[in-house]
Design a protein around this ligand. Structure first.
Ligand code: ZN
Length: 316
């Protein structure tokens, strides 16, 4: 079977990344531009795929990994539309529809975080696993759970950044979440760190950095404990800017082991390959778009006949 030619859109709050290819290391064409008004931004993405297809041949499908919140219930009238988003002008915007209409190919869509989870599962740090969690700790915190090979989504996609975590003794920071104040993201996201310490995490040094790392590892471990107990992941993959802080992962593994307190006592939970850094970096979202595109192409393909017909192979 020849490699599919897939299109991927990572639709982020600040920029769009569009590419054509079949894998993160097989990218034929790529463009990126700032996220502006919805109409012109989507038109620019569509034009890129039209030009690429005209130059090098048709695409099989397109996948979109978009900022959210998104309506993702299959068959829902607003499927593929953004829900209430703080991004000005984008609330209620149909992200998937115009792309499908203009390009005439199957379109798959999910959140950027779920897309990155799928990308890490196909080509990155969760490769070969069917039940895992991908977490991004950047300005905020977002998490996608893949269970039995499928991204968890019900009434809405998961919103792990807003888990409740116990406050660490002595921490008086109010929290930065506009909805909950001291939820997981409100206490441990990059923005929370920035406000708490008076400068961005990557600029901290010396004793302040040590104390920030201690607190961050403790808060991240508190949230991971909830995830370990509710999702039973085989691995937890973490990306995002905050994970680049030096020495965070060993501290986080130690804190997680401490907070699990020996229950249920799996040595795997303390192993170095249980909580790991993401591997695809800036390509995680675009790679997720490729996985979503492949899924959309497969869903649109006519099913092979299962009952025997006149043209089917040898008699049973
Ligand atoms: Zn919150």
């Amino acid at each position: 079977m020849s490699a599919q030619r897939l299109g991927s859109i990572e639709s982020g709050g600040t920029k769009f990344v569009c590419l054509v290819g079949s894998a993160p290391d097989r990218i034929e064409a790529e463009t990126r531009f700032p996220t502006g008004e919805p109409g012109p931004t989507l038109a620019r993405a569509i034009a890129f795929f039209q030009e690429t297809a005209a130059a090098t041949g048709p695409l099989d499908a397109i996948g979109i990994a978009s900022f959210g919140p998104l309506e993702l219930r299959p068959g829902h009238a607003k499927f593929g539309h953004l829900a209430a988003t703080p991004k000005p002008g984008w609330t209620g915007v149909d992200v998937a529809g115009p792309v499908a209409a203009a390009l005439g190919v199957p379109v798959g869509i999910d959140t950027d975080v779920n897309g990155a989870a799928l990308g890490e599962g196909r080509w990155g740090a969760a490769r070969g696993l069917d039940t895992y969690v991908y977490l991004t700790v950047g300005t905020g915190i977002g998490g996608g759970a893949v269970i039995g090979g499928k991204v968890v989504s019900g009434l809405i996609h998961t919103e792990m950044g807003h888990l409740a975590v116990p406050r660490i003794a002595g921490d008086a920071f109010a929290g930065s979440c506009p909805f909950h104040e001291d939820c997981w993201e409100g206490l441990a996201g990059g923005e929370a760190m920035s406000i708490r310490w008076g400068s961005p995490a990557e600029e901290l040094t010396g004793d302040t950095l040590r104390e920030a790392l201690r607190l961050e590892a403790a808060y991240l471990a508190a949230g991971l404990r909830n995830i370990v107990y509710t999702v039973a992941p085989q691995r937890i993959v973490i990306g995002g800017g905050v994970t680049e802080l030096p020495g965070l992962f060993p501290l986080l593994r130690a804190e997680l082991t401490a907070t699990l307190a020996g229950y249920p006592g799996l040595p795997e939970h303390a192993a170095e390959d249980f909580v790991v850094p993401a591997r695809l970096g800036r390509l995680a979202g675009p790679a997720g778009g490729l996985v979503l595109a492949a899924g959309a192409a497969a869903a649109a393909r006519p099913r092979p006949q299962t009952r025997s017909g006149p043209s089917e192979g040898p008699d049973a």
